[in-house]
Structure formats: C-alpha cells, structure tokens
Design a protein around this ligand. Structure first.
Ligand SMILES: [Zn+2]
Length: 235
C-alpha cells in the first residue's frame, strides 16, 4: 500500500484514501508514490516530476472525501481515479502531457484496478476521460479518436501481461515513438500524393484545353470547306 503523508492534522488517512489504496499496488503491479493530502486545493490531484518533491502525489482533501462521507465506496473510487491519473503522470513524465501514450498508461492502470473489491459494478476504466487525450484536440497528425483508439489497443494488450507498471511505461514509450514516426511518414506520403494528383490534374486541364483548341481549329476548316463548296455551287 502506498504511504500516506498528510499535511492536515489527522492521525489516520481519510477513509476514502485508505480504501482507494487497498490492494492497489498489487493490482496495478506498481508502487504508488507517497501521497500528500492538501487542504482545500483548487485541483483534485497533482503530480510533479521536476520540483524536487520526489514525484509524490498530492490529493485535495475535498476531492478524496475527507470532508464528506468518509466511508463511501464511490468516494474511494473517485479517489483511486485521481491517484491513478497522477501515478500515470509519474510513469509518463515530461513531454507526454495528456497525449495518447499517457492515456494508454492511464488505461493500463485502470484496467488492472478494475479487479479491486467494488468492481465489476463500477469498473475503474470508466473514469478514464477524453481529458486524458486532450493534447490531440487540434492535432492533425494524430486526432483525438486516433489517440484514444491507439491507447485502448495498447492498454488492453499490456494490462493482461505480467509486466510491471514501470515496464508497461517503457513499452508504451517505445511504441508511441514508432507510432509517431509512422504517422509522420504517412502524412508526408499523403502530401506527396496530393502534389502528384495536383500535377496530374494540371496536366489534364492543359490537355483538355489543347483538345478544345484542336476541335475549334477543325471546325473552322470544316466551315471554310463547306463555305467553299457552297460558293462553288452557286457560281
Ligand atoms: Zn493530468
């Protein structure tokens, strides 16, 4: 179970946090970092890899139910969703943000945590959101549905393996790099095809123009011939 350090005056962690962490490390094959409970934070959770805080996870005490029903399963699930979102940030640090690779990591953890006690009524993967792939909102190389489809395919494959959460993170990073390369290659190929198509269309238009001119030329000669015959007949 992840260690819980608290910044508020409490002898025991909030019940929702204790419930959310119960059996979680074993389920996700990882080690949830130390958790700080932050009083009245504006955010639900937070995980930083660069500010010297040992990449610990911070949870808002309001989000994890310290001030609400301390024993509710729903609160434990909500708390677990925040913990797993922040832990995914810990595993996929700088540069991944909320992209397809991050979403894949988030889904691996959620699919694994789905086996915990209050499942299957409310499986944890339900809590993975479009928020988790938001970096692709205006991305023409990899769209949101593409990122989500990629993340889902990778996560369903990796979540059932014996690989630890850290090993899954490495695999996701490698495959994401390859996917990015493939998408970039595809985009370059498409651009090249479009240029060729345009050149072909320009060529066709030119040919059509020449053909039209030829027809006009022939029509003119046909007309002069007919006119010549007509004049000859009337002389
Ligand atoms: Zn986040």
């Amino acid at each position: 179970m992840g260690m819980v350090r608290q910044m508020i005056q409490q002898d025991t962690p909030p019940a929702a946090v204790a419930k959310a962490l119960a059996g979680l490390d074993e389920a996700i094959k990882g080690t949830v970092p130390p958790i700080w409970i932050e009083p009245m934070a504006k955010w639900a959770g937070y995980c930083s890899w660069s500010d010297g805080f040992e990449s610990e996870i911070r949870l808002s005490d309001t989000a994890c139910g310290a001030r609400f029903d301390p024993d509710s399963a729903a609160m434990a699930r909500t708390t677990r969703a925040i913990i797993l979102h922040e832990y995914a940030h810990r595993l996929m640090p700088a540069g991944y943000g909320h992209n397809g690779a991050f979403a894949a990591m988030r889904l691996v953890l959620a699919l694994r945590a789905t086996n915990l006690p209050d499942a299957p009524e409310h499986p944890d993967w339900w809590s993975v959101k479009l928020y988790d792939v938001q970096d692709h909102m205006n991305d023409s190389l990899i769209t949101m549905p593409q990122a989500l489809a990629w993340a889902w395919a990778i996560a369903t494959e990796l979540s059932v393996t014996a690989a630890t959460a850290d090993e899954c993170a490495v695999a996701i990073k490698n495959r994401w790099t390859k996917y990015l390369d493939a998408q970039a290659h595809r985009a370059a190929h498409k651009a090249q095809q479009q240029t060729q198509q345009k050149q072909l269309e320009t060529g066709n238009a030119q040919a059509a123009r020449t053909h039209r001119n030829d027809k006009l030329f022939l029509a003119f000669f046909g007309l002069t011939g007919w006119l010549g015959a007509f004049l000859a007949l009337h002389h």
